[in-house]
Design a protein around this ligand. Structure first.
Ligand SMILES: O=c1[nH]cnc2c1ncn2[C@H]1C[C@H](O)[C@@H](CO)O1
Ligand SMILES: [Zn+2]
Length: 368
């Protein structure tokens, strides 16, 4: 399997995405149309191309805090039932068009209440949108399944309420919970009550940790809060020393890194977002290269498609360029992600055996 996967072939591969923000993936033209409809006047540009370029360049800030400031424009137009439905439907369609067969998409319901919606109405609008988008994608011959994660903002104080909301909607497409937002100064243990509640409810959750802040954040997320997965988790490399950077065998793992690898804790890695926020210097030097060689449970994700100007296929193609990954590597990332999803075991297995393995086998055969 020596042929380098091309961007077009990667787009055709059946992919899995675990870390994608609904409010970070809008189409620029949709933002403009929604702003018009709902009377939002703060947009920094009036045509889709300029607006798209504004997001990628503003997000290229080298700082998570400034990266997060750009969300005021997306969240600003996502305050009505119709807007939420449309954004969710288009999200499912866009992911399906990129060849994603299973996605977990997250957003923070508490950020969509300024025009009077209740939390339940927000969740129901988003679920209705995903259902419509998945229906349309299936009609086009690109079926996709979407699970929703409800996020609580780590600087706010509504995490217990949002956790209860996630449990209430667990049989209607909500598959888990997350906390996001500025990391420094807002440790995961601030939300311990929410995580303890979720564990008692046998519910799943991931935590953004080890992105803008280091090992203590990852340690709290796992050992105090009991996170099933790590959002980013890229700073786990701070607990790994490598004598020769090109030789993974020379690596020594500290106790936390060893725990993460031993327990097969999934890392939701988002390379281009990390470069934008300054969590990594470049794709070529991104810790994903080392972590993959050391066989951590690495998954590849987009984080925010609008801010990065990327699709999941683009992320994978960039890794192929940087690290020379082949089809086996891409399939390994994909199966890792599917194994780590918050769907029931039998459904994960069905997607691995029914879509991922046959899809990759077909591509490998075609390019042999
Ligand atoms: O990469 C991220 N780190 C922390 N927070 C993030 C990231 N990307 C998006 N968010 C925040 C901003 C969104 O408004 C919120 C919910 O999707 O999550
Ligand atoms: Zn994120």
């Amino acid at each position: 399997m020596s042929r380098k996967p091309t961007p077009e072939q990667i787009r055709r591969a059946p992919k899995v995405l675990l870390h994608d923000h609904l409010d970070g993936g809008l189409r620029p033209e949709t933002i403009i149309e929604l702003a018009d409809t709902v009377g939002y006047t703060g947009l920094p540009a009036a045509d889709p191309a300029t607006l798209g370029a504004w997001f990628t360049s503003a997000a290229d800030s080298g700082s998570l805090d400034r990266y997060l400031e750009t969300f005021r424009h997306t969240v600003g137009v996502m305050q009505t039932r119709g807007a939420l439905e449309r954004v969710a439907a288009e999200c499912a369609e866009d992911l399906a068009a990129d060849g994603v067969v299973y996605a977990e998409v997250r957003y923070a319901p508490e950020q969509h209440l300024t025009e009077g919606l209740r939390l339940e109405e927000v969740v129901e609008a988003v679920q209705a949108g995903f259902a419509a988008g998945c229906r349309r994608a299936a009609e086009r011959g690109t079926p996709i399944r979407v699970g929703t994660l409800l996020t609580a903002m780590r600087h706010a104080a509504r995490s217990r309420e949002i956790a209860e909301l996630a449990v209430r909607y667990r049989d209607e497409g909500v598959v888990g919970f997350d906390i996001a937002g500025a990391e420094a100064g807002y440790p995961p243990t601030r939300h311990l009550d929410a995580f303890e509640y979720l564990r008692r409810e046998n519910a799943h959750f991931t935590i953004h940790a080890g992105e803008a802040f280091g090992l203590p954040s990852i340690w709290e997320a796992l050992q105090w809060c009991g996170a099933d997965r790590l959002g980013h988790g890229v700073r786990i490399v701070d607990d790994i020393t490598v004598d020769d950077a090109r030789d993974a065998d020379g690596a020594r793992l500290g106790r936390l890194a060893a725990y993460v690898r031993d327990k097969r804790i999934p890392l939701e890695m988002c390379p281009s977002s990390n470069v934008q926020t300054g969590a990594a210097d470049s794709i070529a030097t991104h810790p994903i290269g080392l972590l993959r060689r050391l066989r951590f449970r690495v998954t590849v994700n987009t984080d925010n498609r609008l801010l990065g100007g990327v699709t999941l296929s683009d992320e994978l193609a960039a890794l192929v360029d940087a690290f020379g990954y082949d089809w086996d590597d891409l399939e390994w990332f994909t199966v890792n992600a599917m194994k780590s999803a918050f769907l029931p075991f039998d459904e994960r297995l069905a997607l691995i055996n029914g879509r991922i393995k046959p899809g990759f086998a077909q591509l490998k055969w075609a390019v042999r």
